[in-house]
Ligand binder design. Structure first.
Ligand code: SAM
Length: 280
C-alpha cells in the first residue's frame, strides 16, 4: 500500500557503497506507484539488489519536458512517485529540480528522502572550513564561461566545492590556480568506494601529483575560501603584503621562504613582495 497519495519523493541513492541505501529509501521505492529515474538500466540494478519491483520510467535532461508533464499528470490523478538519479541526491547536479518546480506549481507535496551526497561527504572530511561554503558543482564547459565563474568566485571567503570529471580534473585545477592563487585544497576521490582517498595539498602540489599519474575515478574538489585576503591584484594592499609576510616570519620561515609564500598566497610576483618589504 502506498505511503501517501499524490506525493513526489526525492530519494537519495548510494554514491558507491550500496550499504548507504537507507531503510526509508527502500521502503518508499517499494511503495510508490512508479519511479522516475535518470537512467532506468542503472536504477534497475539498484532495485534488483534490494528486491524492489516498482515500475520505472525515464526522466532525464533530454526528455524532462515531456516526461515531467506526464509525471505531474499521474501525480495529480492520485499516484505517488519517487524521483532518483544515478547516484546521491536527485536535483543536485542531476535531473530533478525542474520536476520539483512543476510539482510545487501543481500543489503536489514534495518529500525528501535524504541520504548520500558527494559534495557534503567531501566537505566534512576535508578539514577545511565547514561553517560557510558554496557548492558550485560542475563549472561551465566553455573556457570563457568557466573563467568568468571562477573570477566571480575568487573573492568569496567561504569554502568552495566543485564536481569534476577525471578527464577535466587537471585543467580545472590549473584554472583554479590561475584565478584563485595557490590555495589549500582537498580532492575527495571515489567516496564510499574501495579506493576512497582524500588528497590534501596546495593546488600546485595537486597539479604536480597528476602530472605523474593520470586522475582516475570520481572526484570532488574542495578549495579553501579567500580568507581575509582578497586575492585580486587591485585589492592587494601594502598592508596585506606586509601582514602576510610578517605572519610567515612569525611562523618560523626565513625571509626568502616568507617572501615566496606571501607571493603565492596573494597570487602576485615575488618582486612585488620584495619591492614592498625591502625597497622602501
Ligand atoms: N547527485 C549527486 C550527489 O548528490 O552527489 C551528484 C551527481 S553528479 C552528476 C556526479 C559528480 O559527483 C561526479 O562527477 C563527481 O564529481 C561527484 N561524485 C559522485 N559520486 C562520487 C564519489 N563516489 N566520489 C567522489 N565524487 C563523486
Amino acid at each position: 500500500m502506498n505511503e501517501e497519495k499524490s506525493v513526489l519523493y526525492l530519494v537519495a541513492t548510494p554514491i558507491g557503497n550500496l550499504e548507504d541505501m537507507t531503510f526509508r529509501a527502500v521502503k518508499v521505492l517499494n511503495e510508490v506507484d512508479f519511479i522516475a529515474a535518470e537512467d532506468t538500466r542503472h536504477t534497475r540494478k539498484l532495485l534488483t539488489h534490494f528486491d524492489i519491483h516498482t515500475p520505472l520510467i525515464r526522466y532525464d535532461e533530454n526528455n524532462k519536458a515531456i516526461a515531467g508533464a506526464e509525471i505531474i499528470e499521474r501525480l495529480k490523478s492520485g499516484e505517488s512517485a519517487a524521483c532518483v538519479s544515478d547516484a546521491g541526491l536527485p536535483a543536485i547536479s542531476d535531473p530533478g529540480a525542474d520536476l520539483v518546480r512543476l510539482a510545487i506549481e501543481a500543489n503536489i507535496k514534495v518529500v525528501p528522502i535524504p541520504g548520500a551526497n558527494a559534495a557534503l561527504s567531501a566537505l566534512i572530511c576535508s578539514g577545511l572550513d565547514t561553517t560557510t561554503f558554496t557548492f558550485v558543482g560542475f563549472l561551465p564547459k566553455t573556457a570563457k564561461k568557466c573563467m568568468e565563474v571562477l573570477e566571480e568566485l575568487k573573492p568569496h571567503k567561504e569554502t568552495l566545492i566543485f564536481y569534476e570529471a577525471p578527464h577535466h580534473l587537471k585543467a580545472t585545477l590549473r584554472n583554479l590556480l590561475k584565478v584563485a592563487g595557490n590555495r589549500e585544497a582537498v580532492l575527495a576521490r571515489e567516496l564510499t568506494k574501495i579506493h576512497e582517498e582524500f588528497i590534501h595539498g596546495r593546488l600546485e602540489d595537486l597539479i604536480k601529483r597528476f602530472d605523474e599519474t593520470e586522475p582516475r575515478g570520481e572526484f570532488v574538489i574542495v578549495v579553501e575560501g579567500a580568507g581575509d585576503v582578497v586575492v585580486n591584484e587591485t585589492a592587494v594592499s601594502t598592508l596585506d603584503i606586509s601582514t602576510i609576510y610578517q605572519k610567515f616570519l612569525d611562523d618560523g620561515l626565513d625571509k626568502k621562504s616568507a617572501m615566496r609564500e606571501t607571493a603565492k598566497r596573494l597570487n602576485i610576483g615575488r618582486r612585488d613582495v620584495y619591492n614592498q618589504i625591502f625597497a622602501k
